[in-house]
Design a protein around this ligand. Structure first.
Ligand code: FES
Length: 78
């Protein structure tokens, strides 16, 4: 899930949203992933926030989102 609240969205989740969609498409994960947006959960000061299963990732940047996704989906970069 990705926070689409105004703070997270303007501070990076707009770009993270694009990155996640591209990652899902690149790795043909459409059928395997339930990707949704959610509204602000009052942790804006630690945003941008995304959540993978029960793990919340805070201060997610354009550089960290790729590492987070690669690690979660066990994508081996070679
Ligand atoms: S806007 Fe994302 S936690 Fe508030």
């Amino acid at each position: 899930m990705i926070c689409l609240g105004s703070s997270c969205y303007s501070r990076g989740n707009a770009d993270n949203l694009t990155a996640i969609k591209s990652f899902i498409k690149l790795h043909n994960l459409d059928a395997a992933v339930d990707f949704r947006g959610h509204l602000c959960n009052e942790t804006c000061n630690r945003g941008p926030v995304i959540q993978l299963d029960d793990t919340i990732h805070e201060e997610v940047t354009q550089s960290s989102i790729h590492n987070i996704l690669d690690h979660y989906f066990n994508i081996d970069k070679q």
